[in-house]
Write a protein that binds this ligand. Structure first.
Ligand SMILES: [Fe+2]
Length: 573
């Protein structure tokens, strides 16, 4: 039995295919259309899913959609009425997409796919909860979902047991931790639903001591936090409930500045605002989690929703709460809900026993050696099969990763011991802002030697969802992956997840005496991670990546025509 999950029309459209409860394919639409965060109907991702199983659409017994559009529309109408006439402009501009697209989801699915079977809608936070719990290693767990907003809900907690999920409590729009984070992201001049992770990275440069950070007290005026972690936003500080922008004039006044112009200088004040936001986010989440622990009395916790991508906080959860084990799936944001809705239909609605745990993220398109070779030959690209040196390497193997992180299938790898490496990667390849750190990958069996991880190492560490301190004596030995605050957003890898990648890291360890590599996503700033051999080759030729390893082929940039394009001017937020 096949079940297809779809998420689209907000941001990060995706599709996921389950065969008898096992995820056999999943990918985000942006990787095919090459438009970052593409929200359109994920026709390419769906075609890819069907192709992997060599099936047609009518062999799918159920298609699931990641939210209930009518319920969401009700919220949009009610928020527009409440804030009328301020909301009128946004209301008018948002209506065509509701009328033509979002309220016609069933019709679109049937028409675009020529599909005659069942279409089911699952509430957004239930889809989030399912996306994490039903593919987790736990038979029982407490569940916390936190995002911007679903239909009405912005935060829920509950309980999962076997194939059932019960969400007990919720916080509703407009009070939203995700939207608070996005508002400050907008205030700091970064793009919403995209660059929240940059604000998280920036927070490490600010003052994380709440007694000294002057913005902490100010930001506390914006949010009222109760002991159980429930919270309310003071809506005078926001305009997202009636406009296409987020911070109000009052919020800008409170923080003492205008909205930062994109690409302009990042001051100490900006860094401290980011830090204050991170402190408050952590404070709320810790209170909620402690409350959830008291209510649910289960030692396992699973998280989902965009806020669960806050790896800086995730790494502190087991230390700050009584939970003993944690699970987050690699695409904890909205893209991940296609997995959630499909799993919810198969396991919870249809009542099938769980028989699957998500063990790796390589659910996207995979290209065989033959396919890569044929691409290289057709385009007269010089290549050889490979050797090793101190270079920047594009690493292209296996199925493309599910979720926003590169995890060794579409990665750029280099030497973390070279203190210049961060600079080289930032300036020549990634064109990123200087404050952004690079992440290390380490074999799971070596991780505790270099990082202060929880013990045993939580599974989400395999998906770069946990930030841990680098053990002090290694700070100077691996400078390129040690963040300014001494932390590292590490990926751990086991041989059964990706043997070539694992062996590569171990081999590097034999040469350098440190079995760790820099692992950064295979793209330039502002572009989705590469998908096809063409994307990978193009990325290398526009940057200063030295070698590209695709399957068993080694391509040297120098051997091939230069000046195809220059990636630098395309780098954007
Ligand atoms: Fe969401």
């Amino acid at each position: 039995m096949y079940v297809l999950g779809i998420s689209c029309y907000y941001h990060d459209s995706s599709a996921a295919l389950l065969k008898n409860g096992i995820i056999v394919a999943a990918a985000q639409e942006e990787r095919f259309t090459r438009k970052k965060h593409d929200a359109s109907f994920p026709i390419n991702a769906i075609k890819y899913c069907l192709k992997t199983q060599k099936i047609t659409i009518n062999e799918i017994s159920h298609i699931g959609f990641y939210e209930k559009p009518l319920l969401k529309f009700e919220r949009v109408l009610s928020q527009n009425l409440e804030t009328f006439p301020k909301s009128f402009g946004t209301f008018l501009s948002s209506m065509p997409s509701w009328i033509n697209e979002k309220l016609r989801t069933i019709k679109t699915i049937r028409k675009m796919l020529k599909y005659q079977g069942d279409v089911l809608f699952v509430e957004h936070h239930l889809a989030h909860a399912a996306s994490s719990f039903l593919v987790s290693p736990f038979t029982e767990a407490a569940i916390l979902t936190v995002d911007g907003v679903g239909e009405w809900t912005t935060t829920t907690y509950g309980y999962g047991k076997n194939n059932n999920i019960e969400l007990i409590k919720e916080i509703k729009f407009p009070s939203s931790l995700g939207l608070l984070y996005s508002t400050i992201t907008a205030y700091l001049g970064f793009s919403v639903n995209n660059s929240e992770y940059k604000v998280m990275g920036l927070s490490s440069y600010g003052n994380m001591n709440k007694n000294i950070n002057e913005y902490y007290k100010k930001l506390k005026q914006v949010i009222d936090i109760k002991e159980d972690g429930s919270f309310r936003l003071d809506m005078d500080y926001f305009i997202f409930h009636y406009a296409n922008k987020m911070p109000s004039k009052k919020l800008c006044k409170l923080l003492g500045n205008q909205i930062r112009k994109p690409e302009s200088e990042i001051t100490k004040n900006h860094k401290d605002v980011a830090a204050a936001l991170q402190i408050i986010t952590e404070e709320v989440l810790t209170k909620i989690l402690n409350h959830v622990y008291k209510k649910i009395k289960c030692k396992n916790i699973v998280l989902a929703g965009g806020v669960a991508l806050n790896s800086v906080y995730n790494g502190k959860i087991l230390k700050n709460t009584s939970f003993k084990k944690i699970w987050i799936q690699p695409d904890a944001g909205d893209g991940g809900t296609s997995i959630g809705v499909a799993s919810y239909i198969y396991h919870t609605i249809l009542g099938n026993k769980r028989n699957y745990v998500l063990k790796n993220a390589y659910l996207g398109p995979e290209y065989s050696a033959k396919q890569i070779k044929s691409f290289l030959d057709k385009n007269n690209i010089e290549y050889s099969e490979f050797k090793y040196d101190n270079y920047v390497i594009g690493w292209f193997h296996l199925g493309m990763e599910w979720g926003p992180r590169a995890l060794g299938a579409r990665s750029i790898l280099s030497n973390p011991c070279n203190p210049q490496m961060q600079e080289i990667l930032n300036q020549k390849v990634k064109h990123r802002e200087k404050f952004r750190p690079f992440a290390p990958v380490v074999c799971e069996d070596d991780a505790s030697k270099y990082f202060e991880c929880d013990n045993p190492i939580p599974k989400p560490t395999g998906y770069m969802l946990m930030v841990y301190p680098v053990i002090k004596k290694w700070h100077k030995k691996i400078p390129a992956v040690t963040h300014i605050d001494g932390s590292g957003r590490l990926q751990t890898i086991r041989r059964d997840q990706n043997n070539l990648y694992y062996d590569l890291i171990k081999e590097f360890g034999k040469l350098s005496s440190i079995p760790i590599l820099i692992n950064t996503s295979f793209n330039i700033r502002g572009e989705p991670i590469v998908c096809t051999p063409y994307d990978a080759y193009k990325c290398m030729m526009g940057t200063e990546i030295d070698y590209l390893v695709m399957g068993k082929f080694l391509i040297k940039r120098e051997d091939n025509p230069k000046d195809i394009w220059n990636s630098e001017k395309y780098a954007k937020d």
